[in-house]
Design a protein around this ligand. Structure first.
Ligand code: CP
Ligand code: NVA
Length: 305
């Protein structure tokens, strides 16, 4: 049997496919907004969504995406499944593959995502792990290109924590050939495995500790929460150390005049981003959130047809 088309990470998929997904999402968004009748290629298909962590955007955008394509969704949480009582993720994948046509899973342990994909005979989509958040960054890339054209050759700044969203952005830098300037405190800098990946990939990723250096001349400034899911125990320490990494008007002013601001949301206003920036004219965060739905329609179509 041929291997299913999983969507696990941006660095595992050929760049031409990634580009096609963005173009397809932009086209589906345009067609929907202009009221054209849309094909429903996924009639009769079911997507199971497993959430072992909370979600607003991922849950709703996948649900609506699947409905617009003619399919169904079913939402499960880790605690109400037998996984919570010790059934292996592999056995869970084998069983679910007999019922549904695709699985989307949000789980902190990236190894468990990979195990699920290994044992599943239907496509598995990464809905976020501690290690990466590829659907989010596909929506981010789409948003950037809608506003500013091709991202290739551009300069993207990241300030704040080194987390899952940043890792997927780094994968994108390698694939789409743009420069990333990343400013994190030493305490929350990319770990050895990610540093080794950067080196091996040859991506234009520059690491530092100064947000002003990262922002200077950037076409886009990105940040994310200082306390990601799973980091709650050290929240106070994080908030303290990361304070000087906030994206505010003074930091935005160092970027290109027409630079945009991105944040995957949920935002913690007054922490990693000031109100004036997230609500300001350079913020693209609401388009970014909307684009989760459009890009995931393209991803579902690619996985399933
Ligand atoms: N950006 C994002 O994944 O949001 P949710 O946690 O609400 O799904
Ligand atoms: N970095 C954040 C992303 C939330 C969508 C987290 O892992 O909690």
């Amino acid at each position: 049997m041929p291997k299913p088309r999983h969507f696990l990470d941006i660095d595992r998929i050929p760049v031409d496919t990634l580009r096609n997904l963005i173009h397809r999402a932009i086209e589906m968004k345009r067609a929907r907004k202009s009221g054209e009748v849309q094909p429903q290629p996924l009639v009769g298909r079911t997507l199971t969504m497993i959430f072992d962590q909370p979600s607003t955007r991922t849950r709703v955008s996948f649900d609506v995406a699947m409905q617009q394509l003619g399919g169904y969704t079913m939402m499960l949480t880790g605690t109400e499944m037998q996984i919570g009582r010790g059934e292996t993720i592999g056995d869970t994948a084998r069983v679910l593959s007999r019922y549904v046509e695709a699985i989307m899973i949000r789980i902190l342990d990236h190894g468990m995502l990979l195990e699920m994909a290994e044992s599943s005979s239907v496509p598995v989509i990464n809905g976020m792990t501690k290690q990466s958040h590829p659907c989010q960054v596909m929506a981010d890339l789409m948003t950037f290109e809608e506003r500013k054209g091709s991202i290739t050759g551009k300069t993207i700044a990241w300030t704040g924590d080194s987390n899952n969203v940043l890792a997927s952005w780094m994968h994108a830098a390698a694939q789409f050939d743009f420069t990333m300037k990343v400013a994190t405190p030493k305490e929350f800098a990319p770990r050895d495995a990610l540093r080794a990946w950067i080196k091996k990939s040859g991506a234009k990723i520059l690491l530092g500790n100064d947000p002003q250096w990262a922002a200077a001349g950037a076409d886009c400034i990105i940040t994310d929460t200082w306390v990601s899911m799973g980091d709650e125990k050290e929240a106070a320490r994080r908030l303290n150390i990361l304070q000087s990494f906030q994206v505010n008007a003074a930091l935005m002013a160092l970027a290109e005049k027409d630079a945009i601001f991105l944040h995957c949301l949920p935002a913690h206003r007054g922490e990693e981003v000031s109100d004036e920036v997230i609500d300001g004219p350079q913020s693209a965060v609401w388009d970014e959130a909307e684009n989760r739905m459009h890009i995931q329609k393209a991803i579902l179509e690619w996985c399933l047809t």
